[in-house]
Design a protein around this ligand. Structure first.
Ligand code: FES
Length: 283
């Protein structure tokens, strides 16, 4: 399976379909508000993995009920719940997928294909059950569960091996020693300007607004873009930094994500001033 997943990651032939689908998703899900909703910006975590709990739970439960006598209606109800709830979960997944790196999109495409086959089989199972063909409904449901399980395995590779939609910046904290470190003279820190500094080889950005000073990890949580090269914008009265790569936007006075594709907040570091020198440390 590992060799197969590595082949999928490197299979450029998938890009023909992937690039077309990416353009279609981006032109369909155009409003920023819709994209942010589907990414899970409001939740502070990606929405897609949370949404898939409903179809997976319903379909797994139906698989158990299908083994028991007298549970036809309950199993059919769960198949219906799973089939209907899989649609918005897939839309949220496609929205995340369209902003991934190319190798991640290849694996994501196969993940989506396996789950689409699973969804089609469950829709067929539901139709068969509604026509009273329970044997066929059960067979299609078990085939659907197999396809969805393959999709889940591929999704696991995408998230845990390739790091799709997990914070790309937070592991930087493990490189920092747990002690206060100097990062510059306060007097030389300009107002309302992004400054990049290194702390234990970890890149951070500094932003001063009046007496408030922000020290934030520089690597964007989405795909490691350089926030230090980003633009500062005022959104709802808050100064925010916009990632130059895909536009994820974070509040400079708290690190909260304001616009995706990142659904994760950005990590701030505590500050103090000793003898006019600004210091920072691990949170
Ligand atoms: S790297 Fe994608 S938004 Fe920053």
């Amino acid at each position: 399976m590992r060799a197969l997943m590595n082949k999928i990651e490197q299979n450029a032939a998938l890009d023909r379909v992937g690039d077309r689908l990416q353009r279609a998703v981006q032109s369909t899900l155009r409003p920023q508000r819709v994209r942010d909703l589907l990414h899970g910006v409001w939740l502070g975590h990606p929405l897609h993995p949370a949404m898939v709990q409903v179809p997976v739970g319903a379909w797994m439960s139906a698989a158990v009920l299908d083994l028991l006598p007298g549970q036809r209606r309950a199993a059919a109800t769960l198949i219906a719940v799973g089939t209907v709830s899989a649609v918005p979960a897939a839309v949220a997944g496609l929205n995340d997928w369209a902003a991934l790196a190319r190798d991640q999109r290849r694996v994501g495409l196969v993940h989506a294909a396996a789950n689409s086959v699973g969804l089609a089989l469950y829709a067929g199972s539901l139709a068969a059950r509604l026509r009273g063909r329970d044997g066929m409904g059960r067979a299609l449901a078990y085939l659907g569960l197999s396809a969805a399980s393959a999709g889940a395995y591929i999704g696991g590779h995408l998230a845990y091996k390739q790091g799709a939609q997990v914070s790309q910046s937070i592991s930087e904290l493990h490189l920092m020693a747990d002690e206060w470190k100097p990062i510059g003279d306060l007097a030389t820190l300009p107002q309302r300007e992004l400054i990049t500094r290194e702390v234990d080889d970890v890149s951070v950005i500094l932003y001063r607004h009046g007496d408030e000073i922000t020290v934030m990890l520089e690597r964007c949580p989405h795909q490691s873009g350089p926030l230090g090269e980003g633009e500062v914008q005022e959104i709802d009265g808050h100064a925010c930094v916009v990632c130059p790569w895909h536009g994820s936007t974070f509040r400079l006075n708290g690190g909260e994500v304001v616009h995706g594709p990142s659904a994760n907040d950005q990590q701030l570091l505590p500050t103090r001033v000793v003898n006019g020198v600004l210091q920072t440390k691990l949170p």
